[in-house]
Design a binder for this molecule. Structure first.
Ligand code: FNR
Length: 180
């Protein structure tokens, strides 16, 4: 099963990017995953949506070719980071590449409630007619105090979260097979 992981943070040392790499490595026998970054996407503009710049075309094509999308994203100011919302806006126009795609949200933040507000807003956007992605209720992962969850070598090492990821990922795979 081919899955795209979209990382909601642009910074090089992003914890959400590290968690995406952890997921890609840990579940490599179950899923073929590719990590997509948002760094090269211009801000959405209706004037250019019919023939957007190549980074947008390539980004949308990768999503189109995938069987599902996983988001690994922080929360910015109690909501979705602007870069991720921008990507969703691009995906909501023309060939609506997220339409009916099974999605799965993992969010890491330095706060205690681990992106709960961002995830709530993200699900609202996934549900918009232009986006129309699918999301299995209750099957998400919230990772708070993310800065404390790596060992000295920078390896993600929070056992409770890893157990949760194992369970949620298996649920996701079963669900995708069922709705295929
Ligand atoms: C944050 N951060 C943050 N954390 C949180 O739990 N709730 C929030 O609303 C916000 N808001 C916020 C806004 C902006 C502009 C920044 C830069 C940061 C802190 C955030 O969780 C922390 O910086 C994470 O490490 C960001 O994720 P990455 O970049 O490490 O993946």
């Amino acid at each position: 099963m081919k899955i795209i992981i979209i990382v909601g943070s642009l910074r090089k040392e992003s914890y959400n990017r590290k968690v995406a790499h952890f997921i890609k490595e840990r579940y490599k026998d179950k899923l073929e995953m590719e990590i997509l970054l948002l760094n090269d996407l211009p801000v959405f503009n209706e004037d250019i949506e019919e023939n957007p710049p190549n980074p947008v075309k390539e980004f949308k094509e990768k999503i189109k070719q995938s069987e599902g999308v996983l988001f690994s994203t922080p929360e910015y100011n109690h909501s979705i980071p602007g870069g991720l919302k921008n990507a969703l806006d691009w995906c909501s126009r023309g060939d609506r590449v997220l339409s009916k795609k099974p999605t799965f949200i993992v969010g890491s933040s330095s706060g205690d409630i681990g992106t709960a507000r961002c995830q709530s807003d993200l699900r609202k956007v996934l549900d918009c007619p232009g986006v129309a992605a699918l999301n299995l209720p209750g099957n998400h992962v919230l990772i708070g105090n993310i800065q404390d969850k790596f060992d000295q070598n920078g390896k993600f090492n929070d056992d409770t979260t890893i157990k949760r990821l194992d369970k949620v990922l298996d649920n996701y795979i079963d669900w995708v097979k069922k709705i295929k």
